[in-house]
Design a binder for this molecule. Structure first.
Ligand SMILES: Nc1nc2c(c(=O)[nH]1)N[C@H]1C(S)=C(S)[C@@H](COP(=O)(O)OP(=O)(O)OC[C@H]3O[C@@H](n4cnc5c(=O)[nH]c(N)nc54)[C@H](O)[C@@H]3O)O[C@H]1N2
Ligand SMILES: Nc1nc2c(c(=O)[nH]1)N[C@H]1C(S)=C(S)[C@@H](COP(=O)(O)OP(=O)(O)OC[C@H]3O[C@@H](n4cnc5c(=O)[nH]c(N)nc54)[C@H](O)[C@@H]3O)O[C@H]1N2
Ligand SMILES: [Mo]
Length: 709
């Protein structure tokens, strides 16, 4: 081997090797992360990736998912051209067509639905990706439909709703200044490694941790000073029991409550019923540990709490459980206070960067005024009141029933039918549509049901505006050519708006116009300037929080106070919801004799994210088969050992997977990751086992039976 060959083999950048390093970012997980990537490019192809040293947020690091980027963008099932279905729905037979043909067909079909049934009969839906959502929402509104909606009908929004009800805005933990962190459903080691690093550093500096998790995890082992392991979805009862001990012992901040909290007396009366007589039966947590938790809270007065976007809310009682945990912050005077939970408004795309933008104007200024209520509005009135977008979990029902009005077409970016509980029903609904467009990088199981499939490009093939916390911003540039004829989602939405000549000049001007005029103008920065910087730069001063400033000014709630009792719900008795954070048990009504176990699905595993990485070989090799965790004792009783097949059955159906006997879960619980084609967790869930407050699905609490397969 020559020296040059050796250098090429070692992927060393240089003019002689023809290898160049360009900066991009990972968009496989949430916008709160988006770690910086050095992409090593040779002959137009990415041959290696690594983290960017000095990136102000990720500083050289990438997680198991981020490391998958190269294999992810070159997955074999990447779509290269627009496709038209020629086989049956779901069969996967398509013919390539041109972009012009695709747009023309979409315009024709969507307009025909509008003509026959009204603009609301077309829904505009986004899967987990978020970067293009403002443009998609504007497209929906420009078309005249109120039905913009997304995966956030099952992620994070329920928490946001709880915050809006209590305080009018989202709170975040001020962990650096806390004495105690209440890590309720907190396992960043698997779901956001930077959070884990941060927590470890603070632990070293003396921060105390209470961890509340249905499973033992790296977090419970490495961080917990006290670990509570409740049964799935019983968090509300546990929080109330802790509150009751705090109140009984006078370990609360009475002057703070008197001045800033609404509904305390009734709440205090209500939580009395969660006590030593029933807490262990309700939650599985011994009463001594409840008292210990209360004691720790009392001894460590500055307490902040984890914001859980998923596991706490993935129950039919999820939003109320969330409010119950938040109540602990209010009664101990830890809201809007240093070391507690402080208000942190979103800057852009679900990220709180510490500065304000006019994103909201862009999102809502073209919202149709005369339109019908969005999907789910009747069934989930609180959701509709607070969010005003479609509650997508009600989409399959409405498609199939046509009530309160027909929903006949979907234009989607990254729709995954397998994230809808009772996914079988969702696929039936897709089958019954007049017209379905799906846009994805890959020809997924869901895309196979579409009439037209559009090829989206990856974050390596496009540029996008990317703000980070701390007042930072970046505008990435493509590091490779587009694969096939793929386009970026915002181009697709904009071009479609132009082809259809929708009445929205701002939308038709495109994404860069939006970023420039609604976001960057206020900071006197141009898109072109930002594109030139190699790494995120500071564009705005961060507004620093002043202790109790918001409380003193009056919170943006109906009462101006932190509401333990929701004044919004009080004013709407017709909704049939409780103003107090009342508790009800989480499980569905199936016969407990027949279905003695609890099926929970979705607790994160390090190497996978939803449906995205199961087909990436290096990640798949970390866990080659879908695998359900069960307690060792249960496995012994069932006579199964590591790797044996078990069948998990619910009232909806059954699936067969390998079993992993473990002590991380308690007896009675069956835990499986989701998003697999061959073991679809959602296929055995009830599509109507939803939280009436938020519409969120109960992914984590279905009664099931288990037997050896
Ligand atoms: N059982 C169970 N189910 C769950 C959960 C759970 O805990 N348990 N969690 C829920 C939560 S919190 C979430 S956030 C959802 C995730 O919801 P999903 O939307 O199911 O998430 P993904 O599978 O990551 O992505 C959806 C699709 O988007 C495509 N995609 C990726 N990048 C792009 C892009 O740039 N453009 C376009 N057009 N498409 C792209 C992917 O290929 C994929 O097919 O799942 C929910 N489902
Ligand atoms: N590797 C990986 N990372 C991800 C994702 C992924 O799919 N894979 N998804 C991303 C997305 S969209 C989201 S929303 C976040 C979610 O991020 P997290 O909220 O961290 O996700 P989980 O791992 O589902 O839940 C955290 C912990 O809550 C526990 N838990 C489950 N049910 C309950 C319950 O009823 N009560 C209590 N107290 N604890 C419970 C689980 O055992 C788990 O250890 O992760 C993001 N990061
Ligand atoms: Mo999520």
């Amino acid at each position: 081997m020559t020296e040059l060959e050796r250098r090429i083999k070692a992927k060393i950048p240089g003019e002689d090797t023809g290898i160049e390093v360009r900066h991009t970012m990972c968009d496989i997980c949430s916008p709160g992360m988006h770690c910086g990537i050095n992409a090593y490019i040779k002959d137009g192809k990415v041959i290696k990736i690594e983290g960017i040293d000095g990136h102000p947020v990720s500083d050289g690091r990438l997680c198991t998912k981020g490391m998958a980027n190269r294999e992810y963008i070159y997955r074999e099932d990447r779509i290269k051209t627009p496709l038209r279905r020629i086989g049956k729905r779901g069969e996967g037979k398509f013919e390539p067509i041109s972009w012009d043909e695709a747009y023309a067909e979409i315009a024709k079909q969507l307009n025909a639905r509008k003509e026959t049934y009204g603009p609301e009969s077309v829904a505009f839906y986004s899967g987990y990706s978020k970067w293009y959502r403002q443009t998609l929402r504007r497209l929906a509104y420009a078309f005249g439909s109120p039905n913009y909606g997304c995966e956030s009908s099952a992620c994070y929004t329920a928490a946001f709703m709880a915050w809006k009800m209590a305080a009018g805005e989202q709170g975040d933990p001020d962990m650096e200044n806390s004495d105690l962190f209440l890590g309720w459903a907190f396992n960043p080691f698997y779901s956001r490694y930077m959070g884990a690093k941060h927590a470890m550093e603070l632990k070293e500096k003396g921060l105390k941790f209470i961890i509340v998790d249905t499973r033992r995890t790296p977090t419970s082992e490495k961080l917990a000073d006290l670990f509570l392991q409740p049964k799935s979805g019983t968090d509300g009862a546990l929080a109330h029991a802790i509150a009751n001990v705090l109140i009984e012992n006078g370990w609360i901040d009475k002057p703070y409550i008197d001045k800033y909290v609404y509904g305390f007396e009734e709440y205090a009366e209500y939580v009395k019923q969660f006590n030593e007589t029933n807490v262990e039966e309700l939650t599985g947590v011994p009463y001594e540990l409840v008292v210990k938790a209360a004691q720790m809270i009392h001894e460590n007065p500055k307490m902040s709490c984890n914001e859980s976007s998923a596991p706490l809310c993935h129950h039919r009682n999820g939003l109320q459980n969330y409010r119950s945990v938040m109540a602990l912050l209010a009664i101990t005077g830890n809201f809007d206070r240093t070391g507690g939970q402080i208000l942190n408004p979103h800057t852009f795309m679900h990220v709180a960067c510490g500065f304000e933008t006019r994103e909201h104007d862009y999102l809502y200024e073209n919202r149709p005024k005369e339109a019908k209520e969005p999907v789910g509005a009747e069934r989930f009135p609180l959701w509709n009141y607070l969010e005003g977008e479609m509650q997508a979990m009600d989409m399959p029902r409405q498609i199939l029933e046509g009530k309160p009005y027909p929903l006949r077409a979907i234009f989607a970016l990254g729709l995954n039918g397998r994230m809808f509980p009772d996914s079988g029903r969702m696929f039936k609904a897709l089958e019954s549509l007049d017209f379905f467009v799906d846009t994805d990088l890959f020809l997924t199981d869901t895309a196979k049901w579409a009439d037209i499939v559009l090829p989206a490009c990856s974050s390596f093939e496009r540029g996008e505006f990317k703000p980070y916390h701390g007042g930072l911003a970046w505008y990435t540039s493509p590091v490779i050519e587009r694969i096939g004829e793929a386009k970026s989602d915002v181009e697709i939405c904009t071009e479609l708006a132009r082809v259809m000549d929708l009445p929205d000049e701002v939308l038709k001007k495109g994404y860069e116009y939006f970023i420039q005029h609604y976001i960057l103008d206020d900071f006197h920065v141009t898109v072109d300037e930002l594109k030139k910087v190699e790494l995120p730069v500071k564009i705005a001063e961060v507004t620093h929080h002043k202790d109790m400033e918001m409380l003193e000014k009056g919170l943006p709630t109906l009462t101006g106070k932190f509401e333990l009792k929701s004044a919004i719900i009080e004013r709407h008795p017709e909704w049939g919801l409780d103003p107090l954070p009342t508790y009800r048990q989480p499980l569905n009504d199936a016969d407990p004799e027949k279905y003695p176990f609890v099926f929970t699905s979705g607790s994160r595993i390090p190497g996978a994210i939803h449906s995205r990485l199961h087909k990436v070989p290096r990640n798949r090799s970390l866990r080659p088969d879908p695998m359900a965790d069960m307690n060792l004792g249960d496995c012994e009783k069932l006579g199964v050992k590591e790797g044996d097949l078990i069948t998990i059955s619910t009232e909806k159906g059954s699936l067969t997977v390998k079993v992993h006997p473990t002590l991380t879960v308690q007896e009675g619980l069956v835990n499986l990751f989701h998003g697999y084609s061959e073991a679809d967790a959602e296929s055995i869930m009830d599509g109507d086992h939803l939280d009436p407050y938020s519409g969120f699905p109960a992914y984590r609490s279905t009664r099931c039976a288990v037997k050896k397969a």
